[in-house]
Ligand binder design. Structure first.
Ligand code: UD1
Ligand code: UDP
Length: 381
């Protein structure tokens, strides 16, 4: 039998981190030809992940522009993918999550009648504009996809309620697979300032970059962190700042000039996972960090109004604190000063996966092509 061609399409940092172990697993399985098509929606931040996981791009649309708009990302991806699909003739296209690359990649596959597998399917806030545009991106991809790989049972239930066409599999999140190779107790950071930090000093790892937080919410977040840093000179905040010009401006305007706040360039994913592993707590509006921090036993305060990842909140390791300055200060102060509250949140739970998501996805794909007699067993926590 001819090997089926599976083309993974991705373009941003989080998609790359979560698709990397799957691309590897497809290569290692032997039954497939695994191709990678990058949109390049992110350039430096994407290349950095490709390097760490030693992945090679078969196609690269290289679409990134400074201050790009959702329309330019979408149209450039559609036009680029048309040529790539015509040349590569994939049997299945895999997309991940909810970015504009994900949506445009799936739409392009649909236009050329190539089936789509959606990795990290079924996350929902049920609020069209939050996260924006991700909630709509993932809803639209759900309509297009034939294979839906839901990380958790709750994600699968969301999809079932929508009565989508296609097959739903509960696989766990591939980020937990990625973490098996990144975290090490002997890890050395490339930034010597981090290696030399006094281990008794409490470390807050922060990220903040979401579009729905642009403007006043992001300014309020920066004011809150400034107050926390000034009130607690013994702690240190490390914030790798996303390369978006909007985010760079907000972070530097809000946080420059503080001795105990390190604004650094984005770091590679090994550095990031190990930095979180050394932290006291994580402060973020990111999606991925909400999955990674619980797996490392770190409390995570989510600076958003809603989350599509309620599992860690139910498990008690994450809290939704919103984007109000005072609420953020209060939530951090509580974890700094109330050891009971801290230990209630600081336990490693893994509602998002068991590290075997990729092998389930590979078996599900094989099953869909009639190469496996049975569907893979669902991941159940
Ligand atoms: C995108 C995703 C978001 C995801 C985030 C992860 C969409 C609509 N949003 O948002 O879901 O959470 O990625 O980071 O798809 N830039 C660089 N170099 C890079 C990366 C970005 O210079 O390596 C700059 C560019 O100027 C770009 C800007 O960052 O215009 C914003 O990037 P963009 O992909 O448009 O949005 P994100 O906020 O990163
Ligand atoms: N991350 C990274 N370097 C950084 C900041 C984040 O490697 O400087 C990783 C992080 O560990 C997680 C992913 O990037 O795996 C999250 O991506 P991001 O916050 O950009 O997007 P989101 O998850 O919000 O879509």
């Amino acid at each position: 039998m001819d090997k089926k061609k599976i083309m993974s399409v991705f373009g941003t940092r989080p998609e790359a981190i979560k698709m990397a172990p799957l691309v590897r697993a497809l290569e290692e399985d032997g039954r497939f030809t695994s191709l990678c098509c990058l949109t390049g929606q992110h350039r430096e931040m994407l290349d950095c992940v490709m390097e760490i996981f030693r992945l090679h791009a078969d196609y690269d649309l290289n679409i990134m522009e400074k201050n790009q708009t959702l329309s330019t990302i979408t149209t450039k991806t559609l036009l680029g993918m048309e040529k790539v699909i015509a040349e590569a003739k994939p049997d299945l296209i895999l997309v991940h999550g909810d970015t504009t690359t994900t949506f445009a990649g799936a739409l392009s596959a649909f236009y050329q009648k190539v089936p789509v597998g959606h990795v990290e399917a079924g996350l929902r806030t049920f609020d069209k504009y939050s996260p924006y545009p991700e909630e709509m991106n993932r809803n639209l991809v759900g309509k297009i996809a034939q294979l839906h790989f839901a990380p958790t049972r709750a994600n699968a239930e969301n999809l079932r309620r929508e009565q989508l066409m296609g097959e739903i599999f509960i696989t766990g999140n591939t980020v937990i697979d990625a973490m098996k190779t990144t975290v090490a107790s002997s890890f050395r950071f490339s930034d010597e300032r981090i290696n030399q930090l006094d281990p008794t000093r409490r470390l807050i790892v922060m990220t903040c970059h979401r579009r729905e937080n642009y403007g006043e919410p992001m300014a309020a977040i920066m004011r809150a962190v400034r107050r926390i840093a000034l009130d607690n000179p013994d702690l240190i905040v490390i914030y790798p700042v996303h390369l978006s010009p909007v985010v760079q401006k907000a972070a530097h305007e809000g946080l420059d000039g503080l001795d105990n706040v390190l604004l650094i360039d984005p770091i590679d994913v090994e550095q990031m996972h190990n930095l979180m592993a050394r932290s006291y707590l994580v402060l973020t509006d990111s999606g991925g960090l909400q999955e990674e921090a619980p797996a490392l036993g770190k409390p995570v305060l989510v600076m958003r109004r809603e989350t599509e990842r309620p599992e860690a909140i139910h498990a008690g390791t994450a809290k939704l604190v919103g984007v109000d300055e005072q609420a953020i200060v209060d939530a951090v102060e509580k974890l700094l000063n109330d050891q009971n509250a801290y230990s209630q949140m600081a336990h490693a739970v893994n509602p998002y996966g068991d590290g075997n998501a990729c092998s389930r996805i590979v078996r599900a794909i094989a099953w869909s092509f009639g190469m496996e007699p049975e569907r893979p067993q669902d991941f159940i926590v």
